[in-house]
Design a protein around this ligand. Structure first.
Ligand code: ASP
Length: 437
């Protein structure tokens, strides 16, 4: 068994969190590779080190003194080192960064230093080898990660007990440091897991996995124990707070299970994300999760025989395309086709799109409905149970929720309903109570 672990900012926030990390790593000898974020918030209102580093750079750019901000960063790492009783010369590291800031440093290099310092300290604390991301995580000139080259380089680095790697950054062909998008350490961890063909990629954070519904709407929603990558994609597309798409691809491609765990509750098994989930007899939840998004527009185009007319859909789609508007859902009736898209994407083009449809399609009627929310009920087991949609619509009907749109593909991985924005919270609550509770 071989595991790659990634610890997020809240797990690296102070010495107390480092101790929890150490306990987790040492609990299993298979936990050999550890990827870390920069120190995050210790309490609400606290600063993330990465934010402070971005702020430092903004000051440098405008020639404004950033000493007090840099001192906050320095103090945090010195305090962690001292509280852990380590002897790493963090002052020398900080002085080198400060000097580079005076001589001219790129934004990417400066903001990468949070992860760098976290990893140096944790490597010392665990007695693992520090392996800089610049030794292996390579970008191409076009800014994309050179995945195969990065894997090869990491596989060839010798080590004994284990290694600690800073997340979030890598190296360009011209030897400059480049950072990923925010939250990128998740991707570093996934790449390391794929390079080592790990049995599992554990992503340690401050929540015990993915929840079945938004906790701001449903009180104490159940955590999802097992979920497929496809279901996760549906839920995250619909707004559930889960991992970034980029995180998933290296582990998904290599069929490595991704386990989201809580550093503050290490006994909790969290959520396991896999390509295919076996049926779990303890958990016979019929759906995997519920998620939704506010503010959609539905444009209904009606003309006698429209759905059956050859090429009509293409013509209307081309009008949307010309205006740069992507259509997200496309339910239809005999004489009407419904075009559904986020309000933000259509609002300022609405009248020109409608004008073009009127001129080119000559419809009998065009109707625009706004303030629509789209809610997806996602689950792999729905496909095998007749009557799922019926149960769902009955639950909404009994609770006086007016369904404005329905969309369901033949794979039955999700059922999508459009409802009025005002019914958003109620719909999620009703669906959760009917299918999960
Ligand atoms: N520290 C970086 C951020 O705040 C990267 C990460 O934590 O994954 O976005």
């Amino acid at each position: 068994m071989f595991k790659v672990l990634k610890f997020g900012g809240s797990s690296m926030a102070d010495a107390n969190q480092y101790c929890k990390v150490k306990e987790i790593v040492e609990a299993e000898s298979s936990r050999r590779v550890v990827v870390v974020s920069a120190a995050g918030k210790r309490f609400p209102g606290d600063n993330k080190i990465t934010d402070l580093l971005y702020l430092c750079y903004a000051h440098l750019q405008y020639g404004v003194c950033c000493d007090s901000i840099f001192e906050m960063i320095a103090d945090r790492y010195i305090e962690i080192r001292d509280d852990l009783g380590l002897s790493l010369d963090i002052e020398a590291e900080l002085a080198a960064i400060r000097k580079k800031m005076n001589d001219g440093i790129t934004q990417d290099e400066l903001v990468s230093r949070g992860e760098y310092l976290s990893a140096r300290l944790l490597a010392d604390f665990l007695g693992f080898k520090f392996v800089d991301a610049t030794e292996w995580l390579t970008f191409r000139f076009d800014g994309e990660i050179d995945v195969e080259k990065s894997y090869r380089k990491l596989q060839n680095i010798p080590y004994e007990s284990g290694i600690v790697i800073p997340g979030f950054y890598g190296i360009m062909p011209n030897a400059n440091i480049k950072v990923m998008t925010r939250g990128g350490s998740d991707i570093t961890g996934a790449l390391a897991a794929a390079a080592f063909k790990a049995d599992v990629y554990e992503n340690w954070t401050d929540v015990s996995g993915v929840l079945m519904a938004d906790p701001r709407i449903v009180e104490n929603p159940k955590p999802i124990k097992h979920i497929t990558y496809d279901e996760l994609r549906e839920l995250s597309y619909m707004g559930a707070q889960v991992l970034h798409e980029g995180t998933i691809f290296p582990v998904k491609q290599n069929n490595i299970p991704l386990n989201i765990r809580n550093t503050n509750d290490p006994k909790n098994p969290g959520t396991v994300i896999m390509k295919k989930c076996e049926d779990d007899p303890e958990n016979d939840n019929f759906i995997t999760g519920i998620a939704g998004r506010h503010d959609f527009h539905i444009i209904s185009v009606t003309r006698h025989g429209l759905s059956a007319a050859v090429g009509a859909l293409k013509k209307i789609s081309e009008i949307f395309e010309r205006h740069g508007v992507a259509i997200e859902y496309l339910p239809s009736a005999i004489d009407t086709i419904f075009f559904v898209m986020p309000t933000a994407n259509i609002a300022d083009k609405l009248y020109s799109v409608i004008g073009d449809i009127e001129n080119e399609i000559k419809p009998d009627k065009i109707e625009v409905t706004d303030n629509i929310s789209i809610i997806a009920v996602v689950g792999r087991k729905m496909a095998f149970k007749p009557g799922t949609s019926g149960r769902l619509f009955a639950a909404l009907g009994q609770n006086n929720i007016n369904i404005r749109m329905i969309s369901q593909g033949p794979d039955e991985r999700n059922i999508i309903v459009g409802i009025d924005n005002k019914d958003y919270e109620k719909t999620i609550q009703v669906l959760y109570n009917s299918f999960v509770k």
